[in-house]
Design a protein around this ligand. Structure first.
Ligand SMILES: Cc1cc2nc3c(=O)[nH]c(=O)nc-3n(C[C@H](O)[C@H](O)[C@H](O)COP(=O)(O)O)c2cc1C
Length: 206
């Protein structure tokens, strides 16, 4: 088999060719390719390396159909061969902070850091935790879109969904926060050309 890395686009080409795609070819994405895309995307940084994100990969047509209903009936959810649901679970994250502490730390350093993380989070409301976790998930989302594109797969990031319904369809606990849905597959339409602010509208130099 051809080495996987031989076929990837550069970051620049992935950025320039990525478009939101809402109509996909039915061809499934091989499991090992999905795993490679996910493994690479999980190198994304997160604040304090807490990695609060979790991902559900849905390939089952019946589940995709129910998910589509939970996402304002947007057709791309059932059109894509795979839909990734990116969410964060702050309860799980804070209960297991030791998992994310660097192995280079001494036992003492690990304990001190774990205690300081827990203390920092004690004063936060559920909503603040949820928003924080959700925001980290957007970093993963960005990585996923570009890595998928570099392997020739297209995506559309989606924030238009009923979070409670999505959790119900996927059997997720109520405390988790859904960042986005990400239908993924090979494009069966061109998508729109990029239409973006010029640099000067966005960037100030000081
Ligand atoms: C956070 C976020 C949420 C979005 N939600 C939806 C959505 O629910 N449905 C949809 O069709 N597109 C959605 N989009 C796609 C945007 O419409 C699209 O990225 C934007 O128009 C730019 O087009 P491009 O991605 O083709 O460059 C979303 C994009 C982002 C970043």
């Amino acid at each position: 088999m051809e080495a996987l890395s031989e076929r990837t686009l550069s970051v620049k080409d992935a950025v320039l060719t990525r478009r939101s795609i809402r109509k996909f070819k039915p061809d499934p994405i091989p499991r090992e390719r999905l795993e490679e895309i996910l493994s690479l995307a999980l190198k994304a940084p997160s604040s304090n390396n807490l990695q609060p994100w979790r991902v559900v990969v849905i390939q089952n047509a019946e589940v995709k159909e129910r998910l589509r209903e939970a996402a304002n009936n947007q057709a791309q959810v059932s059109s894509a061969p795979a839909v990734l649901v990116i969410y964060s679970d702050m309860k799980d994250t804070l209960e297991h902070v030791e998992e994310v502490l660097h192995p280079g730390f001494s036992e003492e350093q690990k304990q001190a850091r774990a205690a300081s993380f827990r203390k920092a989070w004690e004063g936060q409301s559920d909503e603040e935790r949820e928003n924080w976790g959700k925001a980290q998930g957007f970093i993963l989302l960005g990585f996923l879109m570009l890595i998928a594109r570099s392997f020739g797969y297209d995506t559309v990031p989606m924030g238009g969904f009923n979070a409670a319904r999505v959790k119900e369809v996927l059997g997720l606990p109520s405390h988790v926060a859904i960042t986005a849905l990400l239908p993924m597959g090979v494009a069966d339409e061109a998508g729109y050309e990029h239409h973006r602010h010029p640099l000067g509208r966005v960037v100030q130099w000081q």
